[in-house]
Ligand binder design. Structure first.
Ligand code: FBP
Length: 549
């Protein structure tokens, strides 16, 4: 494969490890843990993996260095740093014993079930060190949840002598990792399962997990692009740019990008839900800022829109909840089958409550259609396919036209649209993500060597220099509660939404009026890998503000 000059130079970068992982380690165990909610139900569902202690690795004289075969899976959306988790794990198992082997299952969890795999070698790993993407083995969204899949997976694990499986994924995939860990433990198959917190969305975090990997690089990439647009916007002074940002549910990406670039408007879905705003309220909020700026002669600006917005507008949220229920077959718990889109839409319309039908019919046809149709394998609406940025700008334009007639607005409004998501998911990892991911992978090898299963690999204290990072593991059951998904109550990892009383949102809320009225754009520029620490080695503003409290 031909490589760019940057790739060649970057391949030589040696990611940093926490001091504790630089030599032999032993596991220091804390007290027994509890799940974040529904303790009795979660305990009953996970009798073998519930209540285990949080683990921290500390230096030791020697450690278990038996050769071990390990498997790894990349699950769900791409996120910068996945290749470094794999290289960290590879180096980790080899440093324990050079006869250890690492296998990668191809194209996501489906590779385990279908027995498609590759054995990693030095050459293969070296080709991908510090690169973005998941292309070393590919990723997929197959949901690993049925006994038949667990058994099919076990067949190949047995055949390859694999004693531990590392699943790199978001909240859904790590929930399934936990179910798999419990299943293999109950069956006494002798296969450990370890999770790894991945997602650009940043919503797999809690008291124990500071951030999911890839969030840092993705947000820095989008912020670079937003900064470039803002400079263009401030140069030509004739467009309003409506920029939708990925983040299927939580608004962490939009918030972080706002903190980095100081746009005129940034919507935060969690706030819109809390204030019970309607779609019209949201449109009025944006239109007022456009009109205020126009009054100062500024017919330009930027609006950041979180991808998941539509699901947080209370009336639409209720509609989606009912759509999810009616689209699930109660007998099987699976999605209902339809002959085609028209049949599916007609079924939906005939089976939802009148107030939900009214909301559905009030939406533009393309949005209504998207809400009724495809779900991803985890039952989520595919919000990346809904063009919220166009919907909002169209509605703002309509509102401004009405105000113009009433003499309340005299400006000019011309909109441009952007959607930043896929542009950032495979970016070459920032130094933060390169180090963080390599440490997560290396750390997973120590969790395995210490016999752990049903744990997530965690690295903490990451706003400090890497040497001071803390390495360990957290039982996945600790992050779980029961939630309603696709018409059924399920044990799931609790998703971390933007906290409206958290430091990042408070900082944003304290400054947004000023950013709206004045033009105070910040232009972060591209990610830098070499140079001054304050340019190259900074974590996200979100993490810095959260950890400062
Ligand atoms: P994960 O939760 O699997 O990490 O994926 C998140 C995400 O990047 C969302 O931001 C986005 O809505 C979605 O994936 C897009 O999915 P797809 O890659 O299947 O189009």
């Amino acid at each position: 494969m031909e490589k760019s000059a940057l790739q060649i130079a970057r391949a030589a970068y040696q990611p940093k490890l926490p001091k504790a992982l630089q030599g032999a380690v032993k596991a220091q165990e804390g007290a027994a843990t509890q799940s974040v909610g529904n303790q009795e139900e979660i305990k009953a569902l996970f009798p073998n993996t519930y209540g285990m202690p949080v683990v921290e690795f500390v230096s030791a004289e020697s450690e278990n260095n038996t050769a071990i075969n390990v498997g790894i899976i990349l699950s769900g959306g791409q996120s910068p740093g996945g290749h470094n988790v794999i290289s960290g794990l590879y180096d980790g198992v080899k440093s324990l014993n050079k006869d250890s082997k690492l296998y990668g299952f191809l194209m996501g969890p489906g590779g385990l079930v279908d027995h498609k795999y590759v054995e990693f070698t030095d050459e293969l790993i070296d080709e991908y060190r510090n690169t973005g993407g998941f292309d070393i083995i590919g990723s997929g969204r197959t949901k690993l949840e049925k006994e038949s899949q667990f058994e099919a997976g076990y067949e190949i694990l047995k055949e390859l002598g694999i004693k531990a499986l590392v699943i790199i994924g978001g909240d859904d995939s790590n929930t399934n990792a936990c179910v798999l860990a419990e299943y293999y433990a109950a069956k006494q198959y002798g296969v450990q399962v370890i999770g790894c917190p991945k997602t650009i969305d940043g919503d797999l975090k809690n008291e124990q997990i500071e951030t999911s990997f890839g969030f840092d690089t993705a947000c820095k990439t989008y912020s670079e692009l937003i900064g470039n647009i803002q400079r263009d916007c401030n140069s030509a002074r004739k467009y309003w740019h409506f920029i939708k940002l990925m983040g299927r549910s939580a608004s962490h990406i939009a918030l972080e990008c706002a903190l980095e670039t100081q746009p005129n408007v940034c919507l935060i879905s969690e706030e819109i839900e809390q204030k019970e705003m309607s779609l019209d309220d949201v449109v009025t909020y944006i239109a007022k800022i456009v009109a205020d700026r126009a009054a100062d002669g500024n017919n330009f600006g930027t609006v950041l829109i979180p991808e998941g917005l539509i699901e947080f507008i209370p009336a639409i949220k209720k509609l989606i909840q009912q759509l999810n229920e009616v689209l699930t077959d109660p007998a099987t718990g699976e999605s209902r089958e339809f002959a085609g889109a028209e049949e599916q839409i007609a079924f939906v319309k005939g089976n939802i409550a009148p107030e939900n039908l009214a909301i559905l019919e009030s939406l533009p046809a393309d949005v209504a259609r998207q809400l009724c149709l495809d779900r991803d394998p985890h039952g989520n609406v595919q919000v990346s396919l809904i063009e919220t940025e166009k919907l909002l700008s169209r509605m703002v334009e309509g509102k401004l036209a009405a105000w113009k007639k009433e003499g309340k607005y005299t400006g000019k409004f011309s909109a441009q649209h952007h959607f930043f998501g896929y542009e950032g998911r495979c970016a070459a990892p920032s130094n933060y993500d390169a180090d963080y991911c390599y440490s997560l992978g290396f750390n997973a090898s120590r969790l395995i060597a210490n016999g752990k299963t049903g744990y997530m690999s965690v690295i903490k204290n990451t706003t400090a220099p890497a040497a001071e990072w803390i390495a360990g593991g957290v039982p996945i059951t600790m992050m779980m509660n029961i939630e309603r998904r696709n018409g059924a109550n399920k044990p799931v990892i609790r998703k971390a939404l933007v906290e409206l009383d958290g430091a990042p949102f408070k900082f944003f809320a304290a400054n947004r009026e000023q950013w709206a009225k004045q033009t105070l754009y910040v232009y972060p520029g591209p990610i830098q890998y070499w140079g001054p620490t304050e340019v190259c080695d900074q974590c996200t503003k979100t993490l810095a503000l959260e950890q400062a409290k």
